[in-house]
Design a protein around this ligand. Structure first.
Ligand SMILES: Nc1ncnc2c1ncn2[C@@H]1O[C@H](COP(=O)(O)OP(=O)(O)OP(=O)(O)O)[C@@H](O)[C@H]1O
Ligand SMILES: [Mg+2]
Length: 196
């Protein structure tokens, strides 16, 4: 059995999704973390080889493709939306439509300069991770999506607290707290956090 212990705010896997773990030699959480990290680095290299336009990124196809690149060597279901409900996120049957609505809103806000690029990126991150489209990897995927969105606007990536957010830490607590404040419509903490 895989020993899956979770830091605060991490989504527990359903037993059937844990079965989708591809590397059979993995038996501990730290081995899994290391493997995932390697897989994500490959995705980062793939991303840096692309020269993406904002309109290409803001699509269901790209969102799924990025998740597949980040986790495709780790989970058999990588790149596919959830088929079960979580304690967080959209009702699973509504995921595709909610992503579509989010993409349309962001495209509208880009073309109307509704917010600064930084604020729009932070709001995009908050809404994407709130939908929680995948069974796992939503935090890392939506942070990278947000960074790609920024890069496509010629902006620097966010620093996201300048520390790994995957482990339990003060920085992770700050991050989760800032998302919870954003749930209430207050983006101040999140805006400060992403550039800290
Ligand atoms: N209470 C919460 N309110 C808003 N967002 C939350 C909350 N708890 C978790 N999240 C978001 O969900 C993410 C965890 O989801 P998931 O486990 O699918 O992603 P992950 O990439 O595996 O996690 P990690 O953030 O540990 O890298 C967090 O990173 C955060 O973005
Ligand atoms: Mg997780």
């Amino acid at each position: 059995m895989v020993d899956l212990s979770y830091s605060e705010g991490a989504t527990p896997l359903d037993p059937n999704e844990a079965e989708g773990l591809l590397p059979k030699h993995i038996t501990t959480q730290s081995q899994l973390n290391e493997w995932e990290q390697m897989n994500i680095l490959e995705a980062e290299e793939w991303v840096s080889s692309l020269n993406l336009m904002t309109t290409e990124i803001l699509s269901i196809d790209f969102i799924r493709k990025l998740h597949k690149k980040m986790f495709g060597k780790t989970w058999s279901w990588a790149g596919n939306f959830r088929k079960t409900d979580k304690n967080i996120g959209a009702y699973w049957l509504n995921i595709a439509i909610e992503i579509k609505t989010l993409m349309d809103d962001i495209k509208y806000q880009v073309s109307h300069n509704t917010y600064s690029n930084t604020e729009l990126a932070a709001r995009f991150h908050h809404r994407l991770v709130a939908i929680h489209p995948f069974s796992n990897g939503n935090g890392r995927h939506s942070r990278l999506m947000t960074d790609i969105f920024l890069l496509s606007h010629g902006e620097k990536r966010f620093s996201w607290g300048s520390q790994s957010l995957t482990k339990e830490s003060t920085v992770r607590k700050k991050y989760i707290k800032s998302l919870q404040e954003a749930d209430k419509g207050n983006y101040d903490l999140l805006l400060r956090f992403v550039r800290s």
